[in-house]
Design a protein around this ligand. Structure first.
Ligand code: GDP
Length: 529
């Protein structure tokens, strides 16, 4: 019986993250989602990391920002019949590999698009990452209170550029000053928008049925008529929602609204709780583990350092894949082959750090890490399997790192390799010289590394520019061919922190040429731990 209760609870979990381009409205929508989850009372209480923060901010400020970002790292709240876990994806200067890796720890994603702009660069990249696991995607077209692009054109752009079919669930009635609300295609209702009520949950003003004469009264007869004509076209020309295609990551339900005006966010949450998957199974080297498996298991997808000035600790974030964590339980740390008792894991109910008594499949817990936990580590209740699918991603920015005091080369190398194990940056050692090259996905990480090298490893380092555009991990079954490749391409080859062969390309053109010239070599954009 108790087991059945646990299964019911697991099935109510919805664990998701938001993907968007900076300034599309992720912070604002997060705030409104928390408002609906009754995790906050009025909007305006979640501090965003605004675009005015710069990568060159001093450490205290960085730490404060990180402090903010950890309390919002994972947010758990109830909505409808579900318990929702929202994982933060660092977005502005703190954009990093963690942003990518967080997407491997969720079961669905919400894509937020600025409806005045359409599909933007960062969204494209993040969608590419969700494709690794065919994650189901919901879409929110934001800022309808402003003049936006034509909604049909926006759907076409998403379909063309992101290769995902769109199924509008709601449809906007006007935009900008003329934004009147949305028509809920599935429910056949018009939900009317009232401006200036963004800080609270609004009273719902609903007209049942598109043909209801109240529509004329509410939005005027000219608009009512053109809306009916438009919808006839839209419904004819667009995809119907199909749950199977959604779950396969091939079709996205689309909602329209304004996060700032707190309109439409609840429609999206209704869709998320109704359709998004409960905790999904994960692959391991010994087969699949499902959320319903009785024994506890989980994996580490992110390690965050120096988050709270009062606790100078590091937190390892674990996605619970199966079973249940209870306070004080013993876990098996698979990589170390050792049992560990976890008495003080952290949970993230309603945006607060609090001591977790309990967490179940789908939830995230934070483990205090004193250097023994790495990205990708698996914890179980005794079994010795290892979760797959928590990769490193090819860095997009590179700098050569150099010591101020050349005698400390050993410490520098040790520090960099340890920091790379935490997953914030990657380190590469070219085959042909003694350079050390730091690669990152987001620019803030470079500052963090220099600061931590100084405080934790007592080495002062500086960066120099280096001409590298991208990296690929290289592999080949045939060791003879691999040797030949190493000889011919040595000028561009390096070893990463875990001694994997990596091609550092000065330009994309160079990379494409290398791929062409060495057809027997495989080039990978991600690397499994
Ligand atoms: P993030 O960078 O994606 O987290 O974006 P924010 O939530 O910080 O929003 C960026 C800017 O857009 C802020 O100035 C918000 O107030 C504004 N914004 C967000 N949603 C809306 C909206 O629905 N309408 C309008 N007019 N502005 C919005």
């Amino acid at each position: 019986m108790e087991n059945q209760n646990l299964l019911n609870e697991i099935n109510k979990r919805r664990t998701f993250a938001i993907i968007s381009h900076p300034d599309a409205g992720k912070t604002t929508i997060t705030e409104k989602v928390l408002l609906f989850g009754h995790a906050i009372q009025t909007a305006g209480t979640v501090k965003g990391r605004g675009s005015d923060h710069h990568a060159k901010s001093d450490w205290m400020q960085m730490e404060q920002e990180r402090g903010i970002s950890v309390t919002t790292s994972v947010m758990q709240f109830p909505y409808a019949d579900c318990i929702v876990n929202l994982l933060d994806t660092p977005g502005h200067e703190d954009f990093s590999e963690d942003t990518y890796r967080t997407l491997t720890a969720v079961d669905s994603c919400l894509m937020v698009i600025d409806a005045a702009k359409g599909v933007e660069a960062r969204t494209r990249k993040l969608m590419e990452v969700t494709r690794l696991r065919d994650t189901p995607i919901l879409t929110f077209m934001n800022k309808l209170d402003r003049d936006t692009r034509d909604p049909m054109e926006l759907l076409d752009e998403v379909e063309d550029e992101l290769k995902i079919a769109c199924a509008p669930i709601t449809w906007p009635i006007g935009c900008g000053k003329e934004f009147k609300g949305v028509y809920h295609i599935q429910r056949d209702e018009i939900i009317l928008y009232k401006s200036g009520q963004g800080h609270t949950i609004q009273e719902r003003r609903v007209i049942e049925g598109l043909d209801n004469p109240q529509v004329e009264q509410a939005i005027g007869s000219a608009l009512a008529q053109s809306l009916r004509e438009e919808l006839e076209l839209v419904i004819g020309a667009s995809n119907e929602f199909d749950e199977e295609l959604f779950l396969a990551g091939e079709l996205t339900p689309v909602f329209f609204g304004t996060a700032l005006g707190n309109f439409g966010v609840d429609h999206m949450l209704d869709g998320l709780t109704e359709w998004a998957p409960a905790p999904k199974p994960r692959q391991t080297d010994l087969g699949e583990v499902t959320a319903q498996d009785a024994k506890f298991s989980g994996f580490i997808f992110k390690i965050q350092a120096n988050m709270d000035p009062k606790h100078r600790d590091r937190i390892a974030f674990m996605r619970v894949v199966s079973g249940e964590y209870t306070k004080g339980m013993k876990m098996h740390h698979v990589r170390l082959g050792k049992g560990v008792s976890i008495s003080d894991a952290v949970t993230f109910m309603a945006g607060d750090r609090s001591a977790a008594e309990r967490a179940i499949a789908g939830d995230i817990i934070g483990l205090h890490n004193h250097g023994t936990i790495q990205i990708g580590d698996t914890f179980t209740q005794g079994d010795a399997f290892k979760f797959a699918g928590i990769p490193n991603f090819a860095p997009e920015m590179f700098r050569r790192i150099r010591l101020k005091d050349p005698l400390k080369q050993k410490q520098l190398q040790k520090g960099l390799i340890q920091l790379s194990e935490e997953g914030a940056v990657q380190v590469f050692r070219p085959l042909r010289n003694n350079d050390l090259i730091v690669g990152a996905v987001g620019v803030l990480q470079f500052d963090v590394v220099v600061h931590r090298l100084k405080t934790e490893y007592k080495v002062e380092a500086i960066y120099e520019a280096i001409h590298i555009a991208t990296a690929r991990w290289c592999a080949c079954q045939d060791s003879r061919k691999l040797d030949e490749f190493q000889r011919k391409a040595s000028e561009h080859l390096a070893l990463d922190g875990a001694d994997n062969l990596t091609y550092l390309a000065p330009t994309m053109v160079n990379l494409n040429l290398a791929i062409e010239r060495h057809p027997d070599i495989e080039f990978f954009k991600t690397r499994e731990h």
